[in-house]
Design a binder for this molecule. Structure first.
Ligand code: FPP
Ligand code: MG
Length: 322
């Protein structure tokens, strides 16, 4: 028998994930919607890593909770996340996730939006079944943050003064808020103390910040993930590698970035962007920032036989190239 600390998180939460998947398929079948079933099965095919439900399950294990509500919470966070992906691919005109064609490209934008809405309503139905207003409140606030972050991302104008602050505000809302809420609701459902809940919530928040920074770095680095490289850049999304290259650039370089991020319908030169990013070491500096959040996440992990398992999971998720 392997010691708990030598096991992988994926193995520890494996049976919980199966129970969650069974719970989801029973509840989706109940909806009798072929379109929803097809879109959900496409989401499953695109091989999401299920990081959010995994976080729920490991936190419950750390706190010795094995009640039914953990399944409702895990299924709900997975569906909130899947709803955001469906909507995000419409907004970004996404074509593929992990090499699989997106729902908007197969069934169209209208279907993607409606099924995203359906997933969101199912998620809240499952949360209501938990009968705990605190859980409902945490996840409705997180969902509110997700939308606020996307609106901010869509409407923020290029600004020399505020771009760094805006970027961190956006990733806090669009990604870290849900990671944080997963750990917080899992703590609440498990009956954790206030101190444990705060630490786990901080763990999730910092994990989410690091996760999004790395996602943004991957947009500028060669990837084997099926993710389209340069997508953020061509959409005019201002992310950390570009911000670092801009801040350290000379006048000509700053004009280049400004034009890329403030004009619509212009030819954007991705190779030039990559040269500036490389010249200013912006990938490494972005990764250092991500590391700062990883360290903060790690320092908030509570004591438990699963502590090492969670630390390893954190580092592996961050080292991902997918
Ligand atoms: C992915 O970012 C997008 C998000 C993390 C959040 C998306 C949120 C919405 C679309 C708001 C809708 C909210 C609800 C609750 C339905 P990205 O585009 O940088 O990442 P990607 O590379 O994976 O597309
Ligand atoms: Mg996107």
């Amino acid at each position: 028998m392997l010691k708990t600390s030598n096991k992988k998180l994926d193995d520890i939460v494996f049976s919980d994930l199966l129970i969650m998947e069974d719970f989801i398929s029973r509840n989706v079948a109940y909806e009798h919607s072929e379109l929803a079933a097809n879109i959900i099965s496409n989401l499953i095919k695109s091989g999401g890593k299920k990081i959010r439900p995994k976080l729920v399950f490991i936190v419950c294990k750390m706190l010795n909770y094995s009640g039914e509500n953990r399944i409702n919470v895990a299924a709900a966070v997975e569906f909130i996340h899947n709803a955001t992906l469906l909507h995000d691919d419409v907004l970004d005109d996404g074509e593929a996730r992990h090499g699989v064609k997106t729902a908007n490209k197969i069934w169209g934008n209208k279907s993607s939006i409606l099924v995203g809405d359906l997933l969101l309503t199912l998620a809240f139905r499952w949360l209501i079944e938990c009968g705990n207003l605190n859980i409902l409140s945490i996840l409705s606030e997180a969902s509110h943050s997700l939308v606020k972050g996307e609106i901010k991302q869509m409407t923020t104008q290029f600004s020399h003064k505020t771009m760094r602050e805006n970027y961190f505000g956006i990733i806090e809302e669009k990604t870290a808020s849900l990671f944080s809420a997963c750990c917080e609701t899992a703590a609440v459902v498990s009956g954790a103390t206030n101190d444990e809940t705060t630490r786990l919530k901080n763990f999730g928040f910092n994990f989410g910040m690091a996760f999004q920074i790395i996602d943004d770095v991957l947009d500028y680095t060669a990837s084997t993930s099926g993710k389209q490289i340069g997508k953020d850049f061509f959409e005019g999304k201002i992310t950390l590698p570009a911000i670092i290259a801009y801040e350290n650039g000379n006048n000509k370089e700053q004009e280049f970035w400004q034009e890329c991020f403030s004009s619509i319908n212009i030819e954007r030169d991705f190779n030039q962007a990559l040269r500036y990013i490389e010249y200013h070491n912006a990938i490494q500096l972005s990764m250092e920032k991500a590391k700062h959040y990883i360290d903060a996440a790690q320092s908030n992990i509570i004591d438990s036989p699963y502590k090492t398992v969670l630390i390893n999971f954190l580092n592996e998720s961050i080292e991902r190239r997918a």
